[in-house]
Write a protein that binds this ligand. Structure first.
Ligand SMILES: Cc1cc2nc3c(=O)[nH]c(=O)nc-3n(C[C@H](O)[C@H](O)[C@H](O)COP(=O)(O)OP(=O)(O)OC[C@H]3O[C@@H](n4cnc5c(N)ncnc54)[C@H](O)[C@@H]3O)c2cc1C
Ligand SMILES: NC(=O)c1ccc[n+]([C@@H]2O[C@H](COP(=O)([O-])OP(=O)(O)OC[C@H]3O[C@@H](n4cnc5c(N)ncnc54)[C@H](O)[C@@H]3O)[C@@H](O)[C@H]2O)c1
Length: 531
């Protein structure tokens, strides 16, 4: 009975505490948690959000932090280097869910990152997903203008695009987002320190020379473009610069066949640049060496030439390298403190994101696991539960959906056909390749390709891959089904939404091929139909 009274009292106090400043709220919460733990009470489910903790263990753990007197020993419970996706999530959760004293350091904002410049929000918000998607939207209009003619639209003159309007509006939006993210940190009770962080010892970070101590340090510094060192490389641009060009490229070479290269090829093509993509693989988004850039030269008229092992092409106004990214681990003090890195400079972590030094953790691109924003968020969130909840949670990297915002875009979740065959031996593959309804009147050669990979043994859907309009939006929903381990029967039992491209996913009745592994381990493919 005494327990219930205590809890209700705290609920009321916590609710009214919303009008109090963070320090008061945190002090009250700390005293309350200590009070609970000292009586062995685990009643966090009664706490109003955001004071609610994840599990009964959380109460003990947070209280234990207070009881251990860490407040006196270290200034912070968690000090994060880098306020990108992973760092923001971890510090905010640490503060709001666990009442931890959290700080994050981040460099001043710039559209192009450097050793001294970055900005609250990180790559995704300032130099990745967000500005990239805004430019994808801008570039898609030109196709839509083309499509509209088949539906009866006529224009006296061709629509014109104003580059500077796009850049100005995009940069205003980025500035709004930096302000918004900064406020979000402050409102979460996280201390934001502007400057470049460097680890000095397992519990100390130096930010531009000023020292801060913390029980836990989180490395969430992300990655930056990696460009080969070939003659003339000073003339090229990377994805940071490509998102903030003062004028539209007349003719651009894009080197690389990964996510970034394909997305930017679509952007510049849609905005009416002449685009040449240089891939060294046989196919894009794959990994076999073929064409390799060797040098860039600039002529007197300012135009650039790109020499590869296949020849030289002249007359580029811009050459962009999208040849991968490397972790920001240079000059971060990691070697001195004993944090192990792999040969590419990525921080090595265990499945809970702990580095080789007990008090130092790492999440996001710097660990080079799956380099996507939602994954960095998941890793950052799981980490706070592990550290403060006394409830270790491994981030789950299986069935992570992803999209390439190329034109047409790609969406995928789960295993590829090759991975599924390798892992399960026997798989049924359903494919469909059709002309979408819109294309019948637009007259454009658009297609939609869909592939479903099913385990022949269990009937579980192991992977879904889609290329065509709206694939990224569709795949997010389908990812729930794949993550939940649903079977092909569950897909078949689902009624479609008509007329959509997505309904194809629930109407593919017969496999295109059956892949079977015999007892000698050899794979046979039985092609059942062509589609
Ligand atoms: C062009 C492009 C497009 C992308 N598009 C997508 C997409 O559509 N979808 C998707 O899911 N992912 C996309 N990504 C990937 C996504 O942006 C990253 O996976 C994500 O931002 C990683 O988050 P992070 O927290 O690990 O690092 P980041 O977001 O890079 O944050 C790291 C932060 O640390 C700061 N920092 C670095 N060193 C220090 C230091 N010493 N001291 C203080 N601060 C420091 C940096 O300034 C930065 O703000 C894209 C990436 C790029 C480059
Ligand atoms: N839509 C999205 O989710 C999205 C978009 C952009 C980036 N990202 C993330 O950012 C990461 C980095 O993207 P990225 O496109 O820079 O890297 P990537 O690894 O996807 O592609 C790099 C490409 O460059 C090629 N390459 C490397 N060195 C080369 C060289 N010397 N000469 C010629 N080609 C060379 C590689 O073969 C590969 O095709 C991605 O892996 C992804 O995780 C995600």
């Amino acid at each position: 009975m005494a327990t219930a009274t205590t809890d209700l009292r705290f609920s009321a106090a916590a609710t009214s505490a919303k009008t109090l400043d963070r320090a008061t709220v945190r002090a009250r919460r700390g005293r309350f948690l200590h009070h609970l733990a000292s009586r062995g009470l685990h009643l966090d489910h009664l706490l109003p959000s955001p004071f609610r903790l994840r599990s009964p263990f959380s109460v003990c753990r947070a209280a234990a932090y207070a009881a251990e007197g860490d407040g006196e020993k270290y200034e912070y419970d968690l000090f994060t280097i880098g306020a990108g996706s992973g760092g923001m999530r971890a510090s905010r959760f640490a503060s709001t869910l666990y009442g931890a004293r959290a700080a994050v350091c981040e460099m001043p904002f710039a559209t192009v990152a450097s050793d001294a410049l970055g900005g609250v929000g990180g790559t995704c918000v300032l130099r990745g997903c967000v500005p990239k998607k805004l430019l994808v939207y801008a570039s898609k209009y030109s196709h839509e203008f083309d499509e509209s003619h088949g539906f009866g639209w006529k224009y006296e003159t061709d629509p014109k695009h104003d580059w500077s309007t796009l850049m100005t509006r995009k940069n205003l939006e980025l500035q709004r987002l930096v302000d918004f993210q900064t406020d979000m940190l402050k409102n979460s009770g996280v201390t934001l320190i502007e400057g470049r962080g460097k680890i000095v010892d397992p519990h100390t970070v130096s930010v531009d020379g000023k020292l801060y101590t913390a029980r836990n340090i989180l490395i969430a510094v992300g990655a930056r473009p990696s460009i080969p060192d070939i003659p003339g490389i000073e003339h090229v641009i990377d994805s940071d610069a490509a998102l903030d060009l003062p004028s539209r490229p007349e003719k651009i070479a894009i080197v690389g066949g990964g996510y970034i290269a394909l997305e930017f090829a679509g952007i510049f093509n849609g905005l009416k640049s002449e685009v040449h993509v240089y891939i060294r693989q046989k196919k894009v988004l794959r990994g076999f060496d073929e064409e390799t850039p060797q040098a860039i030269t600039k002529s007197d008229d300012g135009l650039l030439s790109l020499k590869t092992n296949k020849g030289t092409v002249n007359g580029f106004s811009h050459i962009m390298f999208a040849t991968g990214r490397k972790p920001n681990t240079k000059n971060l003090g990691l070697e001195d403190v004993g944090v192990k890195m792999d040969k590419h400079g990525s921080v090595m972590v265990d499945e809970y994101s702990r580095t080789s030094v007990d008090s130092i953790w790492a999440v996001g691109d710097v660990t080079n696991r799956v380099n996507l924003t939602p994954v960095a968020l998941m890793e950052g969130g799981a980490l706070t539960h592990t550290i403060f909840g006394n409830d270790p949670i491994k981030p789950d990297h299986s069935a992570v959906p992803s999209a390439v915002f190329s034109q047409p875009p790609i969406g995928q979740v789960g295993l590829t056909e090759e991975q599924a065959t390798e892992k399960y031996g026997d798989v049924d593959v359903y494919t469909s390749n059709f002309r979408p309804l819109k294309a019948t009147l637009s007259g454009l050669p658009d297609r939609i390709y869909t592939k479903l990979i099913v385990c022949a043994d269990t009937n579980k859907v192991l992977g879904v891959h889609m290329c065509g309009e709206d694939a990224p939006e569709i795949i997010q929903g389908i990812a729930i089904a794949v993550k939940a381990g649903l079977t092909k029967q569950n897909f078949d039992a689902t009624v479609g939404v008509h007329p959509t491209a997505a309904e194809e996913l629930v109407t593919m009745r017969n496999p295109t091929r059956k892949v079977r592994r015999n007892s000698a381990g050899k794979t046979n493919v039985e092609a059942l139909r062509q589609k």
